[in-house]
Unconditional design. Structure first.
Length: 467
């Protein structure tokens, strides 16, 4: 009866940042040498290249497409080599003397669980210099490192976290363990003054300091930067760096990385709730909206807004009138995909536009892209749908609509012409889709006829009750 057309329309706010590094949907392994073509390129302005390097003693970087449930489509899995320097880096993006970066990370065996490895380290480092684009190792007092985190594998599936200040110092009380997924947000400030930002509540990071958040919890507050990195110097590169000493078993200390977003400034608001899909379709006489988030930080929930305006100049939301039609509660903090849905059952024939207003716990909000649903046109004076299900026992649904406002009646008759039920008797609004329930609990099996009529038309259809 209806044709559904979905059109995704760009949201009003368009900005190059934060840059989102997308690992795509492919698969493959890189086991030797260096490459700037194994991985997808960064976004414009977000780096000269994405580079991988494997040292002389093994290890690998692997593009895995949901071998385990982690991230979005393809993620990067790295294993360190024996006495090897293995690097994944994005370098020479548009520089700034502060930054914000978020990434999803997991540690463990190739299956995402805990590993028997008793040795192996993975580092995250951010700064500026040639070591982000060559094969040289980095050291504690390296002047190219602004800040660094280390995760050390140990016996009994242990994982210990360190921070570089100026030597590697254990971050006690951190939540990291093997076999779990985490969202890490890092705010770094190499400017001469304190910078304020919002992360659920008002926060700040002092000059030459770093804040680290894990799954929405502040685990490092105003940590000092590496003193070897020059004050006020720009930052334009980051990397994940793997290393393994001479302790067997080898190549089992895996890191899993995905959903990387970064900026060359400290964002005043946290990186937004990551909406990975937003679709709509007609279902059971209404329009069902479905959306999925990849991650959520301080997400209060979603207002569902609708417009039936025919104005859509330049495919933007300008000139459109939006009405809130519902609310769906968010998941607060989440590092795993969450699915949501909402049914708008107050529709007529015609076009509808929908958007989500995602609101944080502090009241800040952001609009989604717009989806358009074409519910079709009512070409005839009326339409009467076939009941569903059919055959039925003991209840079924019947849909109808009229092109103009008018009084209509929907009756049900047995095969002898005796009326057994009146399902609707009143004024029907133009183009509105009506759905009524018919219960035949007290009736016998057989054929029944339902008839829609007004002063100017009528139509009948058959249905079968089987008990």
């Amino acid at each position: 009866m209806k044709t559904v057309i979905l059109i995704l329309i760009a949201s009003l706010t368009i900005s190059a940042q934060p840059w989102n590094y997308n690992l795509g949907s492919g698969s493959g392994s890189f086991t030797s040498g260096t490459s700037t073509t194994f991985l997808p390129d960064p976004q414009t302005g977000g780096g000269s290249d994405a580079r991988v390097c494997i040292g002389t003693s093994g290890g690998s970087f692997n593009l895995d497409n949901q071998i385990i449930s982690f991230g979005t489509q393809t993620y990067l899995r790295g294993t360190p080599g024996r006495w090897a320097v293995n690097k994944f880096s994005v370098y020479d993006y548009s520089p700034g003397n502060s930054f914000t970066i978020r990434f999803r990370v997991r540690f463990g065996d190739t299956d995402g669980g805990t590993t028997s490895s008793v040795d192996g380290q993975w580092y995250f480092m951010i700064g500026d210099g040639t070591k982000f684009s060559n094969n040289d190792p980095l050291y504690n007092w390296d002047p190219q490192i602004f800040a660094g985190i280390s995760w050390d594998f140990g016996s009994g599936s242990a994982l210990t976290t360190y921070y570089l200040e100026p030597v590697w110092t254990e971050l006690s009380g951190t939540p990291f363990s093997q076999g779990q997924t985490y969202i890490v947000d890092i705010y770094g400030n190499n400017s001469s003054s304190t910078i304020n930002y919002n992360y659920g509540t008002s926060q700040s990071v002092a000059s030459n300091k770093v804040d680290i958040w894990v799954n929405g919890t502040l685990i490092g507050d105003d940590l000092v930067k590496s003193p070897a990195f020059a004050d006020l110097a720009n930052i334009d590169s980051w990397m994940f760096y793997g290393y393994l000493s001479d302790v067997a078993p080898y190549n089992t200390a895996n890191i899993f990385i995905d959903d990387i977003s970064y900026s060359n400034s400290i964002l005043s608001e946290p990186l937004p709730v990551e909406l990975s899909s937003f679709t709509a379709g007609i279902k059971n006489g209404g329009i069902q909206l479905n959306w999925t988030t990849k991650t959520e930080i301080n997400n209060y929930g979603f207002d569902i807004e609708r417009s039936s305006s025919s104005r859509l100049p330049d495919r933007q939301a300008l000139g459109m009138t939006w009405n809130k039609i519902g609310f769906v509660e968010g998941s607060g903090n989440s590092n795993s995909p969450k699915e949501y849905s909402f049914i708008d059952d107050e529709i007529k024939y015609g076009k509808y536009f929908y958007r989500l207003k995602q609101t944080d716990n502090d009241g800040s909000f952001e609009y989604s892209k717009i989806v358009e649903v074409d519910a079709g046109n009512l070409a005839d004076e009326f339409t009467l749908g076939q009941n569903f299900p059919n055959p039925f026992n003991p209840s079924t649904k019947i849909k109808f609509a009229v092109r103009n406002d008018q009084v209509v009646r929907l009756n049900v008759y047995d095969v002898l012409g005796t009326r057994v039920a009146t399902l609707f008797d009143g004024k029907a609004e133009a183009n509105k889709v009506y759905e009524v329930d018919f219960s035949a609990k007290e009736l016998s099996s057989g054929i029944y006829i339902y008839r829609l009529e007004s002063d100017s038309f009528f139509e009948s259809r058959k249905m079968l009750l089987v008990k």
